[in-house]
Design a protein. Structure first.
Length: 234
């Protein structure tokens, strides 16, 4: 079976082991901002896509960890964009709260062991002040993008995902692509196991043909459903 074609609305922006996404529409949206000191790479990717940083209308964070919020403050200074984050993750973005990591797989456990003895940079990003705390669904049609943002807590309390009517989903760290980018798996960290399971069921219930995680991927619906059969719709 040939791989599904990408959406005309989604432009992945590779930033090392993490990726951000440009959502093309009459009001462009940047989804996530990568690890600290990556603003220049994001700007270059935006310009390549024909978007000036000043033209960004919304910066949407799938969650508040440093590898997603790392350049939010810098990009806000370059634009008049609104910064939006899930209601439960605002303190992480503002850095008024230290992240509480709970391992979701073996790589997460290894990370937490290393974190005890070395600085892995998880709190080194510049704090940013969100303008908007998303508690429910957000319709993206006013931005010229056929889709919606939905709450998908579990990895963090305020995690968000994006479902497009063209059949794609951007899911942040709801699904992991580490250490093998081609294989979907559990995320490195899961704050709430029950909430994570319910969120994965909710995303798969929409049957997105192509699923974009923040690390690795993208994955087809069929590949993710085989990995997590308990979450797949009947």
């Amino acid at each position: 079976m040939p791989a599904p074609s990408p959406s005309p609305y989604i432009v992945p922006i590779q930033l090392g082991i993490v990726q951000a996404f440009l959502l093309r529409g009459k009001r462009p949206i940047l989804v996530d901002t990568g690890t600290p000191d990556g603003a220049k790479a994001i700007v270059q990717a935006l310009l390549k896509a024909g978007i000036e940083p000043a033209d960004l209308d919304l910066i949407l964070l799938t969650h508040g960890h440093y590898d997603h919020a790392g350049n939010a403050a810098a990009l806000l200074r370059m634009s008049s964009a609104t910064l939006a984050v899930g209601l439960g993750d605002g303190a992480l973005v503002r850095k008024s709260e230290t992240p509480s990591y709970r391992a979701g797989n073996w790589l997460g456990r290894l990370f937490l062991l290393l974190r005890r003895v070395v600085d892995v940079g998880t709190e080194n990003h510049e704090p940013a002040q969100p303008h908007w705390y998303i508690a429910g669904e957000l319709d993206l049609h006013p931005y010229g993008i056929p889709g919606r943002v939905i709450p998908t807590p579990g990895h963090t309390p305020g995690s968000l995902s994006i479902l497009l009517e063209t059949g794609e989903a951007i899911v942040g760290d709801l699904i992991g692509g580490l250490p093998i980018p081609q294989l979907p798996g559990r995320p490195l960290f899961i704050h709430d196991e029950a909430a994570w399971r319910e969120s994965l069921r909710r995303v798969l219930a929409a049957r997105p043909r192509l699923i974009y995680p923040s690390h690795g991927g993208p994955f087809t619906f069929q590949r993710v459903a085989r990995t997590f059969p308990w979450a797949a719709p009947a």
